[in-house]
Design a protein around this ligand. Structure first.
Ligand SMILES: [Ca+2]
Length: 544
């Protein structure tokens, strides 16, 4: 049926509608079809039926918050069992050298735009530097233009107010509600109606309920569901049945953290069963990812990697990335260097969604479709660079942080500087917590965020005024500096980093990356307040 949605989009675009209609046109035809419309219909039918072999798959994209790459039994975790995510792992194409940003908002900005977060002004998790540049075109907008029904559940963290709200960024339908137990869900539908739904039980259980409702409501229309959990981000709470198996083995906080992951796993199983029971599994791509490095589980297990969330080391940004399409892609591991930047071009190709040239020219990611389809190992953008920066500097001090917690990847190599900046004005008084942490570690502190006694390893500080080179495949613990033995590689990667910084810096500043941070009064929240939702305009806000 999906050619029909495509037809309605193109016809409405000829009427200069700012937001293409989504409802199936021939099935519920509401106006006479002109000859030109018939031509469009035939043309679009041909186009859409040739897209990806005639299939327009549904897409369920699950993004967990603060779960680490190692927080999975299949990745060697000694305590977690995760049978359902293990099953997904076993049935998926697994991108095993897949990288995200070191914290929440930057990752979300990059994966929804296909561009580095700095190009969208996202340099923090605190408002307003969490706000995704208003001019950016997001993945759900592109998929909606291609006839997809778009839904978003859970954590957003790219700005709640006004034009930043996900309902204004391409999602027809959104569900929010961050309270752990008995959350009141705020639901916006595609008719722009808002309603509140008082629920019982645990938040992520209700999120997955809503996911199934959304899928049922989509009917024959292809859908894109962005299901973004708050678990296992702190505060750490989960139903006791999930926490109990870990009590007595680890600290209470760690038990709760693992319990939150066990609950996600339970819900992954529910969703996979639901798709199978409703005969949707063979036409639905399921993607599972985490958004940054490990947090509360760092001292338990980190897949032998150095680093946690908000560090520049390997463990700060390596992520799970499982892509399942039964009957279409054979399960396998892919070792090519891939990233969140690649999600947008990949899904647009799979969905047959056009990326306008002006946007395509700015994309920094590549379609992973050749990797998904290949029978064996293939060459794929082998010389690409990926650039990392923890950011989080005090507003107005980006230039001083050019080399503070920065990294560049190529192939299996990571060129890295894990250092505080050299500016004495960068203190906690101006919200320079990141550099202060590294200064404490440099002076010998054994504790830092997410670790009680392993800060010297996981937050390790590199020597001043030079880069360190790591072969991450041979050395995920990042213990051996190869810089002295590979000076040409260091020079080439360092030059690439400088070119990138010089290019992105003015763009980042112009798009809000240096805006004054709000004080910690709740305005930097990652959850919506009732006022932010009430202020959301009923019409699409003008782009400024
Ligand atoms: Ca996160």
């Amino acid at each position: 049926m999906n050619w029909a949605a495509c037809v309605s989009v193109h016809l409405d675009q000829t009427d200069n509608h700012s937001r293409p209609a989504l409802i199936i046109f021939p099935k519920g035809q509401t106006r006479p079809m002109k000859p030109i419309g018939c031509c469009f219909l035939v043309l679009c039918s041909l186009i859409c039926n040739t897209l990806y072999g005639g299939q327009r798959p549904n897409i369920v994209f699950i993004l967990t918050d603060d779960q680490g790459y190692g927080d999975l039994a299949r990745h060697g975790h000694p305590l977690l069992k995760t049978p359902h995510t293990n099953r997904l792992h076993g049935e998926s194409v697994r991108f095993d050298n897949f990288y995200v940003s070191p914290s929440c908002s930057p990752t979300r900005a990059a994966l929804l735009t296909g561009m580095h977060e700095f190009r969208n002004g996202v340099t923090h998790t605190r408002a307003p530097r969490e706000h995704l540049w208003k001019e950016a075109t997001l993945l759900p907008e592109l998929l909606r233009n291609a006839g997809y029904k778009t839904g978003m559940i859970g954590k957003w963290h790219l700005g709640w107010d006004g034009a930043y709200h996900p309902h204004q960024r391409g999602f027809d339908w959104t569900v929010q509600g961050a309270t752990h137990f008995d959350p009141t869900l705020v639901i916006y539908d595609e008719d722009d109606n808002q309603r509140r739904l008082q629920t019982k039980g645990f938040r992520e259980d209700r999120y997955f309920d809503q996911a199934m409702s959304f899928i049922k409501a989509a009917g024959d229309q292809p859908f894109f569901l962005y299901l973004s959990t708050y678990s296992p981000h702190a505060p750490l709470r989960a139903p006791e049945e999930y926490v109990a198996p870990f009590r007595g083995k680890v600290t209470d906080d760690e038990a709760s953290y693992l319990g939150m992951i066990a609950n996600i796993d339970h819900n992954v199983g529910r969703l996979l069963d639901f798709l199978e029971d409703n005969l949707l599994d063979h036409n639905t791509i399921v993607i599972f990812m985490n958004d940054n490095g490990v947090t509360a589980g760092l001292d338990l297990y980190n897949a032998n990697m150095r680093g946690s969330k908000c560090t520049i080391w390997e463990g700060g940004s390596r992520a799970m990335s499982f892509w399942r399409w039964p009957g279409k892609w054979k399960p396998k591991q892919v070792d090519a260097l891939t990233a969140h930047l690649d999600v947008l071009p990949t899904l647009c190709e799979l969905a047959g969604a056009e990326i306008p040239p002006a946007i395509a020219d700015q994309l920094e990611g590549f379609s992973m479709v050749p990797l998904l389809e290949a029978e064996g190992t293939i060459a794929w953008h082998e010389n690409r660079f990926l650039f990392h920066h923890v950011a989080r500097w005090p507003s107005g001090m980006a230039a001083q942080h050019r080399y503070a917690m920065a990294g560049v990847r190529q192939g299996d190599y990571l060129l890295v500087r894990s250092r505080p900046c050299d500016d004495p004005a960068c203190t906690t008084k101006v919200l320079g917590m990141q550099c202060q942490t590294l200064r404490r570690v440099e002076k010998g502190s054994a504790a830092a965020n997410y670790t009680r006694q392993n800060a010297q390893f996981h937050w390790g500080v590199t020597p001043p005024n030079r880069w360190v080179l790591i072969d991450t495949k041979a050395d995920p613990g990042c213990r051996t500096d190869l810089a002295a033995s590979k000076p040409e590689r260091v020079s080439a990667m360092a030059a690439a980093y400088d070119t990138w910084w010089d290019d992105v810096y003015p763009v980042m500043v112009a798009r809000g990356g240096e805006s004054p941070l709000h004080e910690a009064t709740g305005q930097g929240r990652s959850t919506p307040s009732s006022t932010s939702l009430q202020r959301r305009p009923t019409q699409a806000a003008p782009r400024d």
